[in-house]
Design a protein around this ligand. Sequence first.
Ligand code: ZN
Length: 181
Amino acid sequence: MPIIVQKDNPILRQTAHDVPVGKITSPEIKKIIKDMKKALLSQDDGVAIAAPQIGKPLRIFVMSGRVIDLLNGKDVAEPSHPDTVYINPRITKRSKEKQTVEEGCLSVRWLYGKVERAKKATVVAYDEEGKKFTKGGSNLIAQIFQHEVDHLDGVLFIDKAFDVVDIPPEEVERLKKNNPK
Ligand code: ZN
């Protein structure tokens, strides 16, 4: 099982490198994406993960299919939709409108805090087949885009969060919210 690195690991502070487009479908990158999906699925509360979080300084993040379930009001351990992969993502638009959202991180156990995020964001990225796509999202999806791209730039949510609290896992289980990324 790939290990999810924690906040003091310097790899989380590096600027991750673009994946050369011609290498997106290589066995090496496929393996990294597979490991990211495994690591994400291993966390009951995870909604997304960035490659540096499994120790690979590459510009890739995976959004769990669980996000769709959550948006449909279902908090499930087994996502009913496939994960989506974003390679070399760039945020091309952010709404001027911001909102304060609750945030946590799979690499910053067990802290949670409030962060100001653009309410809507658009990302341009490559998928696993090396095809370029554009995806816009609001609320939770926009929050994930911003949190994950921050990871690729060496930024953690605690750098910008306020009202940070430490909630042990037992209590998280009880509260079942916050959805770390
Ligand atoms: Zn995170």
